[in-house]
Design a protein around this ligand. Structure first.
Ligand SMILES: NC(=O)c1ccc[n+]([C@@H]2O[C@H](COP(=O)([O-])OP(=O)(O)OC[C@H]3O[C@@H](n4cnc5c(N)ncnc54)[C@H](O)[C@@H]3O)[C@@H](O)[C@H]2O)c1
Length: 385
């Protein structure tokens, strides 16, 4: 598990000649905003052909293919009719959170590899069902956490793995925006029936993946969670669409205190909207050093900089080492996400972002929601699959 990022690196950095390989047949399920990034990346891969697309909204898949310059693509009114009528090698599940599990499981049952967008699902039960379907199918299921491919994120993991921090015992992470409830394309992110979870699932999952991936994804044990929705429910928040306030039925802020296996504490907070610019930097405290990862203004899976390690030299001098931030291109990260998934499909590797890890990410998110609703700390019960 520790070498997953190295495998990413190899698969992306090896100069492979894909042009002579037989083409993999790809389908895109859900043709909204993120599907554009998938389509753009697929277009850069000479060894695939996007042959099918599906969306519940009549005409949306057709309009999407036209806008993306994808020719000869057969369009369907839902995922199941696409899967029933096509012989696909792999699909991208780019639907809103509520249908991730349904679409992913249906594809795996048809023997199709799946790249599913983040968050993995809404509930832990769904995530477990997805993992079960993955195992039964013997196909690859990877989750769309492209920030993992960012050089800065990889540096954070390398710092922890190098032992520079000693034994990690406390992590504070999260992020947020002063005003940033995502509604540019309508209400699919803010309604329970489509998104299921708000800031917690949308951007919270990235903060969790950043630190949990760095420390090797220990199992979460207990969660004391809080969530609120003081901003999204106000008509004045949306001057042009005051009617969105009534539809808002997810969280716009969440916080939690999580105990992880190995005696590690995770202190977490995430906001789509709050009366502050950032809820604080990410910090990883270890017995030999501490790492500070400055929060970015608009958290979307990015790292602010420079990062700093606070450590001691010769048991006396307290010094700081600055880690400069490496420029990163989001489109390249999207491409690497697609390419590493395709490489795993083609060459029989492991999923680049494996469900055995992301189940824990989802368990924390689900635990925060349940604990907040119960008003008490809960113990997580995550069966081994
Ligand atoms: N990795 C990233 O950087 C990133 C960025 C944005 C969004 N996302 C994730 O991508 C997902 C989609 O986000 P979006 O902004 O594109 O949402 P969106 O609402 O714009 O698009 C989702 C589309 O899926 C369709 N859909 C839902 N269920 C379907 C089904 N069963 N069959 C066919 N089509 C179906 C909807 O009709 C809609 O058109 C979300 O889970 C979000 O968290 C990831």
């Amino acid at each position: 598990m520790a070498n997953i990022l190295d495998r990413f690196k190899e698969s992306n950095e090896q100069a492979r000649d894909y042009s002579t390989l037989p083409k993999l047949k790809i389908g895109i399920i859900g043709t909204g905003w993120i599907a554009e990034a998938h389509a753009a990346s697929y277009k850069r891969c000479p060894d695939i052909e996007v042959v099918a697309a599906a969306d519940l909204v009549p005409g949306k898949a057709e309009a999407f293919c036209k806008a993306q310059g994808l020719e000869g693509v057969r369009c369907y009114p839902d995922h199941q009719s696409m899967l029933d009528n096509e012989e696909l090698d792999a699909v991208s599940v780019c639907t809103y959170n509520r249908t991730h599990a349904e679409c992913t499981i249906a594809a795996l049952k048809k023997g199709v590899h799946v790249l599913c967008e983040k968050p993995m699902s809404v509930t832990l039960e769904e995530a477990l069902e997805m993992r079960k379907a993955e195992k039964e199918s013997g196909k690859i299921l990877s989750i769309g956490f492209q920030p993992r491919l960012d050089a800065n994120m990889q540096m954070i993991k390398k710092i922890v793995e190098s032992g520079e921090l000693g034994q990690v015992y406390y992590i504070q992470t999260g992020g947020g925006r002063r005003r940033g409830i995502p509604t540019p394309y309508g209400t699919s992110f803010i309604e329970d029936k489509t998104a299921g979870i708000g800031a917690l699932g949308d951007i919270g999952c990235y903060s969790l993946d950043m630190v949990l991936n760095a420390i090797g994804y220990p199992k979460p044990l207990t969660v004391s969670g809080y969530k609120s929705a003081f901003f999204g429910t106000q008509p004045s928040y949306y001057p042009e669409h005051p009617e969105y306030a009534e539809k808002f039925s997810v969280d716009d802020f969440a916080a939690a205190f999580v105990r992880l296996e190995g005696g590690i504490i995770l202190d977490f907070r995430i906001a789509w909207a709050m009366n502050l610019d950032t809820p604080g930097d990410t910090i990883i405290l270890g017995t030999k050093g501490g790492l500070r990862i400055p929060s970015t203004e608009c958290w979307n899976g990015t790292v602010g900089g420079p990062m700093k390690i606070y450590h001691e030299v010769a048991g006396q001098a307290q010094v700081e080492t600055e880690i400069p931030i490496i420029d990163s291109d989001t489109n390249e990260l999207f491409y690497k996400k697609i390419r590493s998934f395709l490489d795993a499909v083609r060459f029989g590797g492991k999923a680049p972002v494996p469900t055995e890890q992301i189940i824990y990410n989802q368990a924390i998110i689900d635990g925060i929601r349940r604990s907040a609703e119960a008003g008490a700390e809960i113990t997580l019960d995550i069966p081994e699959l």
